[in-house]
Design a binder for this molecule. Structure first.
Ligand code: RIB
Length: 307
């Protein structure tokens, strides 16, 4: 098992503007908020920080604006041990931001992509050697689809394994989803991809079987409190339940799961073992505030009984 795998994350960097409130407003309603926080986020950056905390040699490919949010995000990434040579600063452009309505149980997010939208296939091409020398490439859909596609193609060309978190689901992404080796939608994203929600475990299993046969890729469905599911070698649904923990903030739990799954796979763990590691990391991550605040370190993962 390789102890320090190298992972390249291609994706978004956002400043999260988090408004905490005791309950979500209804459409047209005003509610009193409790606090406002500015914390580093973006699915790509969160996943990169998650990988670095778990001991992977991690590099990020993406873009920030030439504003103070951009420099704060870069400082944070470096402070967490993520290499940022492939994060470009775009002058006179705003860094990506996410407005997050946060309650203890849940969140709603609106992302304004800003500099994330400037990432092009040509920009990805400039980082060909970084991508092609990684043990694994991890991607999401908060950067433009043509850039994500190019990164998947480059990785495939070099035989580098890829994990694609198809969030947020994007209609233009459909034809390139099959380029990834592992796809990790949550339940509602998978329902959107299939055009239909699975209302029983058997229906979910059948949808997953069909998907895996069509796209020749492994699926992990993330299921919030219920954990995450994959198909075992017999095509049966295998669900790894979350650990029971005191929940403070669920933002970034999916990002933590993707990071830990990637670190597990890139370190040579088997698929089911990597999924157990991932669900454990995601469970631990919700005990603290902020998308990155609760992400566990490798040492914390080892301290809290071995998986
Ligand atoms: O997955 C959580 C992330 O989604 C937040 O950090 C926010 O920036 C959005 O990208």
């Amino acid at each position: 098992m390789s102890s320090n795998p190298s992972i390249v994350v291609v994706g978004s960097l956002n400043m999260d503007i988090v408004l905490t409130m005791s309950r979500m407003p209804q459409v047209g309603e005003t509610v009193a908020g409790q606090q406002i926080h500015y914390v580093p986020g973006g699915k790509g950056a969160n996943q990169a920080v998650g990988c670095a905390k778990l001991g992977a040699d991690t590099a990020m490919v993406g873009a920030v604006g030439g504003d103070s949010f951009g420099s704060q995000l870069l400082d944070n990434m470096r402070g967490c041990g993520v290499r940022t040579e492939a994060v470009t600063v775009i002058p006179e452009t705003a860094t990506g931001t996410a407005a997050i309505f946060h309650t203890k149980e849940d969140n709603c997010i609106v992302v304004v992509p800003g500099a994330n939208e400037t990432v092009t296939p040509e920009y990805i091409e400039r980082h060909r050697s970084l991508i092609q020398s990684a043990d694994l490439v991890l991607l999401q859909l908060e950067t433009p689809i043509p850039a994500v596609r190019r990164a998947l193609e480059l990785a495939r060309e070099a035989g580098v394994r890829t994990v694609l978190n198809p969030a947020p689901v994007h209609p233009d992404a459909e034809q390139m989803l099959g380029l990834a080796d592992v796809l990790t939608p949550n339940e509602s994203e998978f329902a959107l991809l299939c055009g239909q929600a699975a209302d029983t475990e058997e229906a979910l299993r059948d949808q997953m079987r069909k998907w895996q046969q069509t796209y020749s890729q492994r699926l992990v469905i993330t299921r919030g409190k219920a954990g995450a599911s994959c198909l075992d070698e017999h095509g049966e649904l295998h669900t790894v339940p979350s650990l029971p923990v005191e929940v403070v903030d669920t933002t970034g739990a999916g990002d933590t799961l993707n990071a830990a799954l990637s670190v597990g796979l890139a370190s040579g763990r088997g698929f089911r073992e990597a999924l157990e590691y991932a669900v454990k990391a995601a469970s631990l991550s919700v005990r603290k505030f902020g998308a990155q605040g609760g992400m566990p370190t490798k040492e914390e993962m080892e301290r809290i009984n071995a998986v």
